[in-house]
Write a protein that binds this ligand. Structure first.
Ligand code: PXG
Length: 308
């Protein structure tokens, strides 16, 4: 074998390669990872021109399905992308994919993507006429149980959220580079997650989660106008806190507010609710998950288990 082809072969020994028995739904076909490919001419790859959703399944039920499909439709509308299927069709595709992977009665995770599709080179949306819908269904563990127990160590990233007047962060687009770079910064510092500020220096959110602070018994979180994703788990956390008669305030937060918070936690589909126990080397509270965070984590488990 020549040196070049050996090199190619080595490059293909990807330790993160998907399980070969996985079935991925692409435009109506269920394909193995070897065949589940996106064209190099797909505008999703060429320009990041597409949208996605990350969705949880609990006990075989898609959690907050209506809300995820609503947000997908909103993202699509904002980028002038016509969804290739109705909400009912997308729902069926998700359940079919869960079934094909034998995870239709358990807990699972769905990544739903819509790309602009194959087109001619050129930025224009008129050069790609057939959007592609992709459903990946698998198991997910974002953080180990050890990390959830001890709480996240966060840094504030120098990479800021895209300003809303440049591109709305409420669009869950296929371009996550700011967030990817912020996460890199966190890992470079030995931290688990990065807190991202907006263009005004206000706290916006983390790289894939929304952020909450607790101060003097009140739950505080940046308003949607801070420029962040309008998280579905965020809305659940707010509802759960309100059910406990805890005051929830959407309020501009600065780094200082985080440093002096009694408790901090993040919310997200993949993360669910996880305590944050340090920010930029400042220990939050007593360095352990606080009582309101623990209560909401417990309430979230009950809520998701009871979900229709
Ligand atoms: N902010 C951003 C930037 C996100 O991408 C959230 C907040 C939380 O929103 P939801 O609606 O999920 O509560 C997200 C969601 C991943 C992953 O692979 C990320 C998300 C969802 C699922 C998986 O890290 N982000």
């Amino acid at each position: 074998m020549s040196a070049i082809s050996q090199e190619l072969l080595n490059a293909r020994q990807n330790p993160f390669a998907p399980r070969p028995d996985l079935k991925i739904w692409i435009d109506g076909e269920l394909l193995s990872p070897d065949h589940a490919k996106v064209s190099v001419f797909d505008h999703g790859l060429l320009y990041g021109d597409g949208i996605f959703e990350g969705i949880r399944v609990y006990n075989g039920r898609i959690f907050k399905e209506r809300e995820h499909l609503r947000r997908l439709a909103d993202s699509a509308k904002a980028i002038r992308l016509e969804l290739p299927m109705s909400a009912e069709g997308i729902s069926r595709a998700m359940y079919d994919t869960l079934k094909a992977n034998g995870i239709h009665t358990t807990d699972a995770y769905i990544r739903l993507l819509v790309t602009r599709g194959v087109g001619k080179l050129g930025i224009s949306i008129t050069k790609a006429a057939c959007p592609s819908l992709i459903v990946i269904a698998d198991k997910i563990e974002l953080y180990s149980q050890d990390v959830v127990q001890r709480g996240l160590r966060c840094i504030t990233a120098s990479s800021i959220r895209v300003p809303p007047h440049a591109l709305s962060p409420r669009i869950k687009s296929l371009n996550y580079l700011n967030n990817v770079l912020a996460k890199c910064e966190a890992h470079d510092c030995g931290a688990d997650e990065a807190i991202m500020l907006n263009h005004l220096g206000h706290v916006a959110e983390c790289t894939g989660d929304n952020l909450f602070a607790v101060k003097n018994g009140r739950v505080l979180t940046p308003p949607a106008s801070a420029g962040m994703l309008d998280g579905i788990t965020r809305a659940v956390a707010i509802e759960l806190a309100q059910r406990r008669k805890i005051v929830v305030e959407e309020k501009t937060l600065l780094q200082f507010d985080l440093y002096i918070a009694d408790e901090l936690f993040v919310t997200g589909t993949a993360a669910e609710i996880i305590p944050v126990t340090s920010v930029d080397k400042r220990i939050i509270g007593d360095g352990k998950a606080g009582p309101i965070t623990r209560q909401l984590m417990q309430d979230f488990v009950a809520y998701r288990n009871a979900a229709e």
